[in-house]
Design a protein around this ligand. Sequence first.
Ligand SMILES: [Zn+2]
Length: 382
Amino acid sequence: MTSTLITGIGELTTNDPGLGRLTDAALVFTDGRVEWVGSASSAPDADSRVDVEGRAVLPGWVDSHTHLLFAGDRTAEFEARMAGQAYAAGGIAVTVGATRAASDEELAANLRRHVAEAVAQGTTTIETKTGYGLTVEDEVRSARIAAGHADEVTFLGAHLVPPGADPDSYVSLVIGDMLDAVAPHVRWADVFCEQGAFDEDQSRAVLEAAQAKGLGLRVHGNQLGEGPGVRLAVELGAASVDHCTYLSDADIDALADSSTVATLLPACDLSTRQSLPPARQLLDAGATVALASNCNPGSSYTTSMAYCITTAVLQMRMTIEEAVTAATLNGAKALGRTDVGHLSPGARADIHVLNAPSTTHLAYRPGVPLTHAVWRAGVRQR
Ligand SMILES: [Zn+2]
């Protein structure tokens, strides 16, 4: 057993309801777990000691929504969008072509590179999805590679009907052979319930089949307009419904009355020139709100959780505390995880040290890289 004492913490965000936010604090972790949290003056001894000299410390980001199993690039689509073209779900097919053509080694290297990029910015738990394979073989391959490098993996065979395929036959494949083959490699299943992707009946079929197979549910819903995604997610007890850009009052009430997390993806809304989601209404109604990057090559090519937080505070009127909670503790809730997203004794030692005296600087100094040090499960990453 090796213990490490981090001392000189100017502001410590624990996300622990009993401990809250501490100043002049210290933290001890042993073998990958937080062991002690409290005032610096009463800290116990440890094998080694790191003085962070007044900096802010918080749990590592929990990025609960990414699509990192891909190859290729969609710069041209982005440029067309910036020139005024609207975003449509069909762009996914470009990445499907490039992903199918890539080798296992290329896909794994691309995934590792993006995960490393996220970790260097303070992300210590990351979810990623299949969904650029869309054949039984390619979806299994994506799931298998993802399971080697991400904390949580989601089956998203229902990302898009492959060009040329019959929609109903494709849904039958997704809920039949594809689900059977992919399920052993994943914990979650998801569906893109949207105009141009899967309608309500098709989405329900996918989610019910996955649930019967023992997978947890997540839904892409209400991204491009109001629709049935949120309603369906809440009805089926999904852990999370993601995007939530266009919500009716009934959607907001349903989320507030449920344990389904509303996961907002503001970097995606900016990159696709949609409105930003109604975070304030969701929070005021009592819904649980998470923030995630939605990193993918089409609609949101960023691994920066700090950018999402800056946007949430400056443009969506979330407080800095709400935004930090959304990107840590509530991201963990969206993934059904109780061991990450907080720094209570017993939690995984996922520790993010900012080169700033408080988390307020995440919004106060937009665009400035503020990650000073990162430990994941007690192992120093940078
Ligand atoms: Zn997504």
